[in-house]
Design a protein around this ligand. Structure first.
Ligand code: HEM
Ligand SMILES: [Cu+2]
Length: 603
């Protein structure tokens, strides 16, 4: 459906239900087509978000188990240790093999089954079409296929825990040759990844076409909310970075099951015997193909979060975001640059100084737009009349913590200090600051912010504050000491928490601190889970625009009906017209027709 087509039936919008005029065919769909195999972007968005949240919880539980082993190596896991079975934890004591599975699957699940589905599949699907005034995504059936492909990928990954030898255990990076020799779980991992990648590719095409084609009249590119820009660039990253990994995944699968040797060098010896199929493959090729995806993937985790934070900050400072154009150009430049930095993950592979110099230079360059974006968001706060709502608390916490994540990355991007820091807990601390205290905080903020749009009700404010403060304090107790442990030289991926190495002696006591921090962090998610489910039915009822926001999604009813808007909207101005001189209220909605009295704010 094109914009003009959906602009046409304005007159009969109210008689919508009685008429069989529409082409959605959405009346009297049974339960299955309404809630399960739905093609409505809002239902799919919510499916993505809820599934993503469940996987985040699952990945979090795996991590809590690991943290037991790291803090108290060799001691039986309390409560659930007995249930894990002899092949994982005989007598409740975790086996190293199981620790490796937990590590690899925690990383994989958090990235591919948790954050991306929530940030892109959830927020992207639910919010983006509404923000551009569209009745749905451009290709609703493709959208459904994307969700179900993701779902199958998730089921395969989950099932892999129960095959002989357990789940994948070669890290979330699946480095060859380790991954080629690994147990059956690794095959499941590769098959699961192929489904997940397919899902993202289907989704990204849809987001790109939707954003370009389905904007309402008047919504030029420079009037798009920052969130839409962030999602658009994210979609391009997914579209361009994933295909090489999909190909590489199939190749690694062939190495495992069909006797090829794409990633196995000649003369490889495994368990004291020559490996039968070794013919001139390259282990580094896998690393290149993996990181060609996985570095842009980092921005797939970050950009939607930045988009969310931009919306929340504009709304709660009652100011236009500072430097809208600069933000847009920076995001586009960031997206472009994210394709030429990948080998900063490979300084220690001996790829040579020319390559290292190139990649450390590009890495320093890409930090510039990141700093620009963060600074613009900080500057937006200046002089604003800030409302400390729950979404705003999360957005405010995001800024410095994402900043710590970014700044601690600089030494890793320079090849000399990376020799010392590579594969230490410093790296774990660094990237978690980006994706956990950073991105996760933004995603929580987004849930509190758009929950009223999805349900017509607000989440409880007090529980939201408990959730925020508890999480904010404990998440720093978790990740700050990791940076310190890493600087002392403590390695990552150690199933005994590193206690067998003398150099860790001084920082080993922090393992227990971190683990307790992680469990407390888990505890503080309980008010969120309770609040989320309770508020769906019992939250305070609110009107269509409870935050007095400007962007078009707040013009739709809450929850929006199928087709979204009772009358097709138009865009008359930029996205953040807050505190406009001469206006009756302190905000002008993007879709409100012009009033002579108000002078437009500069964006
Ligand atoms: C919020 C609480 C979280 C905690 C406490 C946590 C903790 C940990 C721990 C202890 C490790 C293993 C370190 C090791 O043994 O080397 C780890 C690894 C990892 N985590 Fe997290 N994590 C959290 C959230 C996340 C999120 C949100 C993401 C991604 C979006 C993520 C992605 C990863 C990745 C990719 C790895 C590396 C796995 C590997 O070594 O192959 N984590 N995390
Ligand atoms: Cu990178």
């Amino acid at each position: 459906m094109t914009t003009t087509e959906h602009a046409a039936p304005a007159a009969d919008a109210h008689g919508h239900d009685e008429h069989a005029h529409d082409d959605h065919g959405h009346h009297d769909l049974g339960f299955w087509q309404t809630y399960v195999f739905s093609v409505d972007h809002k239902v799919i968005g919510i499916q993505y978000a809820v599934t993503g949240l469940l996987f985040l919880l699952f990945g979090f539980l795996l991590m809590m188990l690991m943290r037991w082993q790291i803090a108290y190596p060799g001691e039986p896991i309390p409560l659930i240790g007995e249930w894990l079975g002899d092949e994982r934890a005989p007598g409740g004591i975790m086996l190293p093999e199981f620790y490796n599975q937990l590590g690899a699957m925690h990383g994989t699940i958090m990235v591919f089954l948790g954050v991306v589905p929530l940030a892109v599949g959830g927020f992207g699907n639910f919010v983006l079409p509404l923000q551009i005034g569209a009745p749905d995504m451009a290709f609703p059936k493709l959208n459904m296929a994307s969700y179900w492909s993701f779902f199958v990928g998730g089921v395969v990954m989950f099932a892999s825990f129960f095959v002989p030898g357990g789940a994948a255990n070669s890290g979330w990076t699946s480095y060859a040759p380790l991954s080629v020799f690994a147990t059956t779980g690794q095959t499941m991992w590769l098959i699961g990844m192929i489904f997940l990648i397919t899902s993202s590719l289907l989704g990204s095409v849809n987001f790109i076409v939707t954003t370009i084609q389905l904007r309402v009249p008047g919504l030029s590119f420079m009037r798009l909310p920052f969130f839409v820009w962030a999602q658009l660039v994210t979609a391009f990253l997914l579209l361009l970075a994933f295909p090489p990994l999909e190909a590489a995944g199939v190749m690694q699968l062939m190495d495992r099951v069909a006797g090829t040797s794409f990633f196995l060098p000649a003369g490889l010896v495994y368990a004291d015997a020559p490996w039968e199929a070794t013919g001139g493959g390259s282990v580094l090729l896998w690393q290149h193909l993996f990181w060609f995806l996985a570095h842009p993937e980092v921005y797939v985790l970050i950009l939607p979060a930045l988009g969310i934070v931009g919306e929340i900050i504009a709304n709660n400072t009652r100011k236009p975001v500072w430097g809208y154009r600069v933000l847009v150009y920076s995001v586009v430049f960031l997206g472009f640059m994210s394709f030429v930095v990948w080998a900063h993950h490979m300084f220690l592979t001996g790829m040579g100084t020319t390559m290292s110099s190139f990649f450390q230079t590009t890495t320093m360059i890409i930090s510039i737009p990141s700093v620009v974006i963060l600074s613009a968001l900080f500057i937006t706060l200046y002089g604003g009349s800030i409302r400390f709502t729950v979404p705003m608390l999360f957005a405010l916490a995001f800024l410095p913590m994402f900043g710590i994540g970014g700044l601690t990355g600089l030494p890793l991007g320079l090849s000399a200090p990376d020799i010392h820091l590579h594969d230490t807990y410093y790296v774990i601390g660094h990237f978690h600051y980006v994706v956990a205290p950073g991105t996760l905080m933004a995603l929580f903020g987004g849930i509190y912010y758009w929950f009223p749009k999805a349900t017509g009700r607000k989440m409880n404010d007090f529980l939201g504050r408990v959730h925020f403060w508890g999480s904010f304090v404990s998440i720093n107790v978790v990740f700050m000491p990791m940076l310190y442990q890493g600087l002392a030289g403590m390695n990552r991926r150690m199933y005994d928490g590193g206690e067998q190495y003398m150099m860790n002696a001084d920082v080993l006591w922090l393992n227990e601190v971190i683990s307790i921090g992680a469990w407390v962090l888990g505890l503080f998610q309980l008010p969120f889970i309770y609040n989320f489910f309770r508020s769906i039915k019992h939250g305070e009822k609110v009107d269509d625009n409870p935050w007095q926001a400007t962007t078009i999604e707040w013009q739709a009813p809450s929850p929006p009906p199928h087709g979204n808007f009772s009358a097709p909207p138009m865009a008359y101005r930029g996205p953040y017209e807050y505190s406009v001189p001469g206006a009756a209220r302190d905000f002008l909605m993007q879709g409100e027709p012009d009033t002579a009295a108000a002078e437009q704010a500069k964006v």
